[in-house]
Structures are given as C-alpha cells and as structure tokens.
Ligand binder design. Sequence first.
Ligand code: MTE
Ligand code: HPA
Ligand code: MOS
Length: 787
Amino acid sequence: MNTQTESFLQQGAETGTGSWTEVGLPRPHESAVLHVLGEATYTDDIPELQGTLHAALGLSQRAHARIRGIGFDAVRASPGVVAVYAAADIPGVNDCGPIIHDDPIFADGLVQYVGQPMFIVVADTHDNARRAARMATIDYEDLPAILTPQAAKQAQSFVLPPMRLARGRFKDAFDAAPRKFKGELYVGGQEQFYLEGQISYAVPKEGQGMHVFCSTQHPSEMQHVVAHALGLHSHNVVVECRRMGGGFGGKESQSALWAAAASIAAARLKRPVKLRADRDDDMLVTGKRHCFHYEYEIGYDDTGRILAARVEMVSRAGYSADLSGPVATRAVCHFDNAYYLSDVDIMAMCGKTNTQSNTAFRGFGGPQGAIAIEYVLDNIARDLGTDALDVRKANFYGRDDAEGRNVTPYGQKVEDNVIHELVAELEASSEYRRRRAQVQAYNAASPVLKKGLALTPVKFGIAFNVSHLNQAGALVHVYVDGSVLVNHGGTEMGQGINTKVAQVVAHELGVDLSAVRVTATDTSKVANTSATAASTGADLNGKAAQDAARKVRDRLAAFVAQRHDVPVSSVTFAGGMVHAGGQTLEFPKVVQEAYLARAQLWSDGFYATPGLHWDAKTMTGHPFFYYAYGAAVSEVVVDTLTGEWKLLRADALYDAGNSLNPAIDIGQVEGGFIQGMGWLTTEELWWNKQGKLMTHAPSTYKIPGVSDCPQDFRVRLFKNSNASDSIHRSKAVGEPPLLLPFSVFFAIRDAIAAVGGNRVDPPLQAPATSEAILDAVDAVRSRAAGA
Ligand code: MTE
Ligand code: HPA
Ligand code: MOS
C-alpha cells in the first residue's frame, strides 16, 4: 500500500464512510510524466517500418470550379516521387463523409473550396512529396462561389433542409409584450488548433488487411471509411490510436480524409504510407467551428423577463454536410441556455458555402446557441438600466414543478437544476456586487481605460443528441501476477479519459491505480464504438469498464467465498487486499489461486445510456441524460483608444458532480475557459475575396498564449452529486467550460458600454478583436452623442 492510499484510508475512516476508493482523487494524468519527458508516443513517433513512404495532398486553388483536366507530368518527374493517385485510382468508394455521403476523398471533376484535396503524391520523403504536390497543372473553369452564411441564406443554399423548434405562440406573445427589440449578431468560427496535426500511418497487412495508426477521436468510423474506400469489409481493417495531441472535435470526423488517403496509397503500393499534414495544409483543408449569423426578435417585460423569443440562425456549414446537422440541432437545443422560454420559435439553417466543411469543435453548436440568448439578455439589462446578473436571474429555469418554468423548448424537463445555488455561491465568492461598484467608480474617473464585469451561467446537455451513439464497450484483463490491463472504446486526446477509466477499474477491483494500465484504442479489441465526443467519453467508457471489472471481481469473490467457506457478500476488495471472513489476502495471490482453479480472469463490459429519445422531425424528446452547470465572473480593462484589453481576474465555478478526478477536471475547466476566450476574442478566421483562408498559420491566427491567462484565475468545482445514475455520480467536463468565458466577452462589452453611459448597446461581434472593439467604441460614442 502506498502512502497516498494509506492516508485516504484514514480519511475514509474519519468521514465515517470507511470505504476504500480510487475515484474522486486528484491523480495525475496517466501520461503526465511521458508528456514532460517527451516520451509519449504520438502517431508520428511510431518507429517507421522498412519501406515506409511519405505522402502529401494536392489542393484546389479555386473556391468553386470545374476541373477540365490535371497534368501530372511535372509531379511525376519531381525528385523522389513514387506515385500519384486521384479519384479514379480509389479501389472502393470515393467518400469520407460521416453521415451524408457528400465528401469526396479526392475531388472528382468539381472543386468546392480553396484547399480541397484533388490527389495524393507519394514520395521517399515528406518534403519531396510536398514539393511535388504543388507541381500539377490544373485547368479550372471557375464557377460562382458563395462565401458567407448570410450569402448562403440569401441564396437559400443549404447542405440540409432548415430545422425549426417552436413552442407556445411567439407572435401573440411578441405582439403583447410591453417591450421589444429586433437585432442581429455575428459570431465567428474557430480553428481547433490541436498541437498534433492530422496524421495517418497506413500499414498493409497480409490478405488485403490494412492497419492504420490514426490520430482520431473516432477509430470505428475511420475503420468503416477506410474499408469503404478500399472496397473491403470492416474486418480487414484495424484502426489504432494510442493518444492524440489534442482533438477538440477536429478529429471526430475529419481524420477520415487522412486515414482514407493514406490507406488508398498504401493499398495500391503495398507499402506503408504516412500522411502528415503540416499546419498550413491542415488549416486550409479541414473544417472548423461553424460561424453563426443570427437575426432575433425579443419581447420582454419591465422586470427583464423574456416573454417571446424568435431567432433565425444560419451557420457556415462549408461545402458539405459533415456534422453540420447535429451541430445545428445542438445549437437549437442550447438557445435556452439556463433560461425558461415560454413562447419561442427557433430556426436553424446550415448554409452551404464554398469553404472548408465545418465540423465538431468543443461545445458542438451549444456555445453558438447559448451566446445568442446571452447577447439578448445583455441588451435587455442595458435597456432597463438593471444589472445584467439580475436580468439573467429573472429568467432562470424554475427550481421545481411548482414554479412551472422547468420544461425546455424541446420538451425535456430540467430536473437537476442547481443554477440558482451555483450562481449565488459564485456571486458571493467573487464579491460580484462590491466589484460592480468598484468598476463603476473606476470608470467615472477614467476617461480612456474602462473596466467591465460580467457573470454568465452555463447549462449544457450531456449525451449525444443522436440517441444510438450513447453506448460503449470495454475489456478488462487481470493477469496472473495481479496486474490489470484495460481497453475501452474511448480515445485519449489529453482530456484524461484513460486516467479516469483506470481509476474506475482500480476502484472496482480494490487495487492501487498503479496496478492498472490502459492501452491504445483499437478497433480489433472493442467493436462499433462511438466517437469520443459530446463530453461523454468518461461517462460511457467508465460505465462499460466498471461493468467489465465488476464481472471479474464477482468471479474472484465467488472463488474466494468457496475456497474459504464464507458468504460471497462478506468478500471485499480494498487497498490491494481481499478481505474474507477475517482473513486478509493479497490481491495477486488470490488471482493466482483463481487462475489455477480455472476462473475466467478477464471480461468484456458494455453500457448504453438509459432513457434517451429524440424525434428529429418535431425536435422534441429527452435528448440529454442530465445537465452540467457552471458560471463564471470576468473582469476586464479595455483601452478605448487602442482596443487592447486584459482579463484582470476570472472566477469559475463548475458542476462536475462527484468529480472522478478533481485535478483533471480543474484542468479541463481552465483549458476550456481559455480556449473559449480565444474563440470570442483573438481568434479570427479571414477568407479573401477569392475564398482563400488567409489566416492559416499561427502568424496570422492568434490563439491565447500563457500571457493571456488572467493573473488571478480562481477555478473551483461546485459541490454536487449527479441526480442521474452516471459513473460514480460524476458529471462530464470536456465541453461545457468552453461557455464560461462568455463572461469575458460580455465584460468587454460592458467596458465598451461605459463610454456611452451604459445605456447604448455596443454592436460588438465576436471575435472581439482590438479592431472590433474599436469599431464598437466608435459606434457607442456616436450614438450616445446623437441621442
Ligand atoms: N481536452 C484536451 N486536453 N484535449 C482535447 O482535444 N477535447 C474536448 C474535451 N477536452 C479535448 C479536451 C472535447 S471537444 C470533448 S468532446 C471532450 O474533451 C472529449 O473527452 P471526454 O468525453 O472524455 O471528456
Ligand atoms: N456531440 C458530438 N458529436 C456528435 C453529437 C454531439 O452532440 N451528436 C452527434 N455527433
Ligand atoms: Mo467534442 S466537439 O464533442 O469532440
């Protein structure tokens, strides 16, 4: 027993639970030491097999054009080139789309965005492949291109039919409302900017087999896509991922192109082929967070309570559907955020544009849905001259049935609402009211520098909004020496899923965490897995691994009970020991004896989230297993002459339920917060008039750096236990914290409003770059002067 375990045993005794545990402890990430030493193996670090070749993609230079012909002579003549393959060379189906099959691997006769892959060049080195890929001569016939979501809406150019969720009678309620306004808002997209770019290493195996090492959140889907592209059955293809250097949604579906292209080349050449995108190509080729444009109409009363809300949102889907449909659905289901909306009409359109096909990104449309209602509430507060926090509180979902304000627009009852208590706790701990008065006093005395303060809440639905995806499987092997190996369907992208799943298994078997090891995700071990996404990875795979571990433990308990002639119920597993009728046996000893007695020491496990249903036509049902809650307070100072700003202090309180690992969860909240802040402030995607993304490298695309983190950053977990029967009553933490920095955006808006006496709405769009801030300052100044 190590000292940590000992001290926890004592702690348990003190609290009277007396129970040994491995969950709920702030364990370090299982790869922390390897990360720091540079020994963690990413796909590009796997030792290359003899004969390995390197590939690069040839990309379209036009936003929308027919391809009359491609000349490959110069490519083939380029140094080191071994082969060039295009659409006609694909053995199976030319498609890598996740839902609707409108995503060619290689453009065939038509290109639909600048950066679309048209062919793959295979060479002896990565550099030679990249150089050669630029040497094709392409005969384009340009076609008209649509470049913005607004233009797509105007042209009624959509990748999917528009969707609509309406409840109550918006029009009557709007007409009758004593106060009302209309407006619009634009919120930009965001590049995932995983540190490890997209990569696949395809290794041909005997009898048409293909083993693909792929940086992906979705090994099973990569398996299917590769099998389709090669014209094979799934059992011929193995996809493996030990870890990603970040995914953030960008490797949920869009790892498919790289996996398929590398596999096609490897299958044709019967040699291992590695395809690794450099940063510029990665940003030019792959989809990002969808930018959204909103038009809204809002009716409300003198207390700031919303009586009627209508919104039309159009996203930039890009040239194909990808995951734009589910993203829009989640946006629709998060327009309410933490607020009850009685009479509401929400429409969402996925604009088809000649740009990258946008995809999953942390929050998956949830942030885009919720920010619109927060913008509206901010306007209401300014109109009434009330603190925005009070307007927000007036609109919160009710605490219980008695209040009659706890059913979402899509019909799911909010049964686990803790937003009132959580916000009250944060309001007090952050000294919101005192700091509000300080900010006002500061601004009254400061003509150029203006401070702003905002508290924003989050309610986020946990589950895939496509019900059948909420399932997972796992394998637990206990070896004869008592060591434990776990394999599950989730993928590690830095979020700590393997640490959490190992803790769950250690807990079930009553062994120290150091006895448990989690191996690479592998489609030949656990079949038909869902993407590690929708923040459900630890929830689903934790439950599946718990199921597997319990089966092994039950067999061990039955064996011990029989051997020592004690009731099974008296056999307990704790601290690496097995306790049975007054005897204490070492876990490895018990395992060894059980093996000799021919007990099965390994098991599979399975989990399917109960109680979910969803009617996509009416957009109603019970799509979420539970809600995660949180809130944050941010204080900023803005230089109204330069548009520069600084986050002075941020306080975040997040409901991780009974956290499986508070250290990892706090890291997730911090990371999500800073990533969301980047989205809403400095990260700007900019396409030129020809539709080329010009911000395709860190030189022009500014993600937050360590110096952008607030000096004073107070992140805490809210004490709560999941009302739903989740794994150890914990709650998901991956995505919801991305919405916490809404408070940064609205604090900046608050500071800008101070130049106009806090009564004029700053027309601030996201991202609030210095340029956008200055534009908003100018607008407020001139409106305030004109009024
Ligand atoms: N954290 C790190 N370090 N790296 C990532 O790529 N992805 C986020 C989040 N946190 C991500 C991350 C996204 S988009 C999701 S959906 C969840 O992790 C997925 O992991 P989980 O479901 O196991 O929490
Ligand atoms: N999140 C991530 N991926 C998804 C979802 C979701 O809600 N629904 C379908 N795929
Ligand atoms: Mo996360 S966007 O669901 O991968």
